[in-house]
Write a new protein. Structure first.
Length: 238
């Protein structure tokens, strides 16, 4: 492993063999301001720096930020390691239970944590735009989302996140419509439907790299922050 440069951000990637883990590793490898110190993966033969099978194999005192795109069942182990080692966490894991979300909130009292169901900067901006819908009277609202056929959670974490933002502005709305098929990376559309006019907001991800780029931006942003639970909205506002 090459010697770190003074200002390099030292990262550990959890879930390195997954689609998002691969994108993060690939993108980080092209950026001299980043160093992938270690990768946690079920694949011991993964072509990545310092691959370990479990969190316990991560080097202590050499990691600035942990980026986790693994699975909900790994969350406890990730949170425990970050808490013990006082290491910032950026997590894009979706499908979390209410108890797991509470665990993230508790962790944020000790270390800086950024959790987002979607790391795209565009989705963060879209979510902020929904506050403007509170001015609409007599409208019906509906969220529609489309993902590839391998997407497990339905509705997606992003759709539920957008619904929370929408309901904060306009009150209760129907459950998001979830479509699965093909290789679609992610399309999220919010309808505001009145008797005489319709407003549609839509975000389309053209590749997975947009999420990896957002995660790395979040990792840069969170280094050195005080303890707390942050979102991509905090990142884009800075």
């Amino acid at each position: 492993m090459a010697k770190s440069k003074a200002n390099q951000l030292r990262i550990a990637v959890i879930g390195g063999s997954g689609r998002m883990g691969q994108e993060i590793l690939s993108l980080a490898a092209t950026d001299p301001s980043l160093e992938i110190v270690a990768t946690v993966s079920r694949r011991a033969d993964l072509p990545a720096p310092n691959v370990v099978r479990k969190m316990s194999g991560l080097p202590k005192g050499k990691i600035d930020v942990v980026i986790d795109f693994s699975l909900p069942e790994v969350l406890d182990e990730v949170c425990t390691w970050c808490k013990t080692n006082r290491t910032a966490l950026v997590s894009g894991v979706t499908g979390l239970s209410a108890a797991q979300k509470k665990k993230i909130s508790s962790l944020g009292q000790i270390i800086p944590v950024l959790w987002a169901p979607n790391m795209s900067v565009g989705v963060a901006v879209l979510a902020e735009m929904l506050a403007g819908f509170k001015s609409l009277q007599g409208f019906e609202f509906q969220i529609e989302e489309t993902h590839h056929k391998h997407k497990k959670d339905k509705p997606s974490g992003t759709a539920l996140f957008l619904q929370d933002k929408l309901e904060a502005a306009v009150g209760p709305t129907p459950e998001p419509l979830a479509i699965r098929g093909g290789g679609v990376f992610g399309i999220h559309k919010i309808w505001a439907m009145g008797e005489e006019e319709t407003i549609t907001l839509e975000h389309s991800a053209l590749n997975r790299r947009v999420f990896a780029r957002g995660a790395l931006r979040a990792a840069r942003w969170i280094r050195g922050r005080p303890a707390g639970v942050y979102t991509m909205a905090d990142v884009i506002r800075s």
